[in-house]
Unconditional design. Structure first.
Length: 241
C-alpha cells in the first residue's frame, strides 16, 4: 500500500519532464513532503484528442455510483490504491482503467514496515529514485458529479506485489511506468485490457528504487518538510529465523 508520498517539483519542471503539450493548471500546487489521502495531487493524462496535459485531482477514487457528497469524500481514503491484479474487474476502478489512465509524478513515497518483513513493524521508509528522477507512478482518474453539480476529479495509484529489497519492508509497491510506455499507457484510444495489463508488467519493477529508513515524524500529517525524507540510522534488520 502507498499511503503517503512527496512531490516538490515546480509545475514548469513537471511540464518539461513529462512532455506536456496541452493544458496545465493556472495555479501551482504547493510543494509537499507528506501528501495524504484526499489531498490535491498532480496527474499527467491525455485529453480526448490525445494531447498530454497536467491536471489536478483529489487523491482517492470516488465510486461512480455514490450520490452523497459526504459519503463520497469519506470513501476516498479507502480507494487511494488500486491493485493491478484486479483493477480491470473492480467496479470502482474498471471503467477508469479502460479509458482514464494517468501518471502520478512523485519525488518518492513512504512505506511502513509490516510484520511480513525483516524490520520492526511500523518503521517508516522513504523510497525514491537512486538517479534523482521523478517516479512516474501508474494511476487512474475519474470525474464525479456531486448532487449540487460540482465536478470533482479523483485519482488512485496502482500497486503491485513488491519484489527484492522492497518486499522486506512491505508486500505492496506502486506500479512504475517506464518512459517508453507513457504514450501507450496514456492513449485514450487504447482500451485493450490485455495490452494495458502487459504495460503494467515489468521485469525489474524495483529498478533504481532506493529505500531508506526515516523518522516517524511522517506519521503525523501536520508535519511537512524536507526533513521527513532524511535517512536515519536504525539497527540491523531482524531475521525471522
Amino acid at each position: 500500500m502507498c499511503g503517503r508520498y512527496a512531490q516538490t517539483q515546480e509545475m514548469r519542471d513537471l511540464v518539461e519532464e513529462f512532455a506536456v503539450t496541452g493544458k496545465f493548471p493556472e495555479n501551482a500546487l504547493p510543494s509537499s513532503w507528506n501528501i495524504a489521502p484526499t489531498n490535491p495531487i498532480y496527474i499527467v493524462r491525455n485529453d480526448e484528442e490525445n494531447n498530454r496535459e497536467l491536471s489536478v485531482a483529489s487523491w482517492g477514487m470516488i465510486g461512480p455510483w455514490l450520490t452523497d457528497e459526504a459519503e463520497a469524500k469519506a470513501s476516498q481514503s479507502r480507494a487511494i490504491n488500486a491493485r493491478s491484479e484486479s483493477i480491470h474487474e473492480k467496479p470502482t476502478f474498471r471503467d477508469s482503467f479502460k479509458s482514464r489512465r494517468c501518471l502520478i509524478p512523485a519525488d518518492g513515497y513512504y512505506e511502513w514496515a509490516t510484520e511480513l518483513g525483516r524490520y520492526k513493524t511500523k518503521q517508516p521508509f522513504y523510497i525514491s529514485s537512486d538517479e534523482g528522477k521523478s517516479l512516474p507512478i501508474a494511476g487512474i482518474w475519474n470525474t464525479w458529479r456531486s448532487p449540487s453539480g460540482q465536478l470533482i476529479q479523483s485519482a488512485s495509484i496502482i500497486t503491485r506485489e513488491a519484489v527484492g529489497e522492497l518486499a522486506t519492508i512491505h508486500h505492496r509497491m506502486p506500479v512504475m511506468m517506464p518512459r517508453e510506455r507513457w504514450s501507450a499507457w496514456l492513449d485514450v484510444k487504447n482500451n485493450n485490457p490485455r495490452e494495458l495489463i502487459n504495460l503494467m508488467s515489468n521485469e525489474k519493477p524495483d529498478a533504481h528504487l532506493l529505500p531508506v529508513p526515516v523518522s516517524d515524524a511522517v506519521n503525523k500529517v501536520a508535519n511537512n518538510g524536507p526533513e521527513l525524507a532524511i535517512p536515519i540510522s536504525i539497527s540491523q534488520p531482524e531475521t525471522l529465523f
